[in-house]
Unconditional design. Structure first.
Length: 280
């Protein structure tokens, strides 16, 4: 019991520490080279003012991947694909309450209805979500998170960040991860019942599952990229933009009172004065 409580506290502290790092990384950003218009334009386009620190953490994450995550995932991949697909489906089904909440917050009643329908079908006929029966019946899966919700509300992404262990992110998505964690009903149930091993185990399994799904992509990207770090940064942003646009071609950004809330220029000025197919 005490072990569960202590581990749960460390887990929560870890999440908050990562958010704290994201804030620190933004405040430590270098200033825009305003004396060189071309350099300033490129600086804003890349939007990676903490690139030196980000590259260091990228190397650290690569080391963790090579020493721990990749070998563990390699063992996991011994299991037949249908077993791994079942694990993937199960954990995606567990995310349904968070997805549903963000569907509603984004004002997407149709997608919210699909999410709820999928949950009912997959939890019952799909045997707890192990089988994605809803996709077989034409109700496609999708994923939402609070980072996407903030984007829909008009918040800018801010500068690019490389988080320890968690990988590519930005201030908006880092905040979204923390919010999603604390509003997840499974998190609340586990904490209230001193079963903190549940969200920890879930996170570990989700990490291995994600590494498994990205196995070929990572291998190909690492071999074919001249600058692996820059390729990952570009791929992450493209993927997030597609998710925010609900799989459609991202539209031109509209002017919004909140669009620059996390944007590099405003934050830089502040600190200078004192950035898949459904599996059945």
């Amino acid at each position: 019991m005490k072990v569960n409580v202590v581990s749960g506290k460390f887990y929560t502290i870890g999440r908050m520490a990562l958010l704290g790092y994201a804030i620190f990384a933004v405040t430590a950003c270098s200033s825009i080279p305003e004396n060189d218009p071309e350099a300033a334009a490129e600086y804003r386009k890349i939007n990676d003012p903490a690139e030196k620190a980000n590259r260091y953490l990228f190397k650290f994450n690569q080391g963790v991947d090579n020493v721990v995550l990749k070998p563990v995932t390699g063992i996991y991949r011994i299991f037949p694909k249908f077993v791994r697909n079942g694990v993937h489906n199960f954990f995606h089904n567990l995310k349904t309450p968070v997805i549903l909440a963000n569907d509603i917050l984004q004002g997407e009643p149709v997608r919210a209805g699909n999410t709820l329908t999928r949950f009912v079908i997959n939890t019952t006929i799909g045997i707890g979500g192990v089988r994605d029966q809803a996709s077989s019946w034409g109700i496609a899966r999708h994923s939402e998170d609070f980072g996407q919700t903030l984007a829909v509300w008009g918040f800018g992404e801010g500068p690019y960040l490389m988080l320890p262990i968690l990988g590519p992110s930005n201030p908006r998505d880092a905040i979204g991860k923390v919010v999603d964690y604390f509003v997840d009903p499974i998190t609340w149930w586990a904490r209230n019942n001193d079963e903190d091993w549940i969200p920890i185990t879930r996170t570990v399994m989700n990490t291995v599952n994600t590494r498994d799904r990205l196995w070929d992509v990572i291998e190909d990207l690492e071999k074919s990229s001249i600058d692996y770090y820059a390729a990952v940064r570009s791929l992450y942003r493209q993927q997030r933009n597609r998710e925010i646009a609900n799989g459609q071609r991202p539209k031109e950004k509209k002017n919004s009172d909140l669009s620059g809330y996390f944007d590099l220029v405003k934050m830089d000025d502040l600190f200078v004065k004192s950035d898949v197919e459904p599996v059945k």
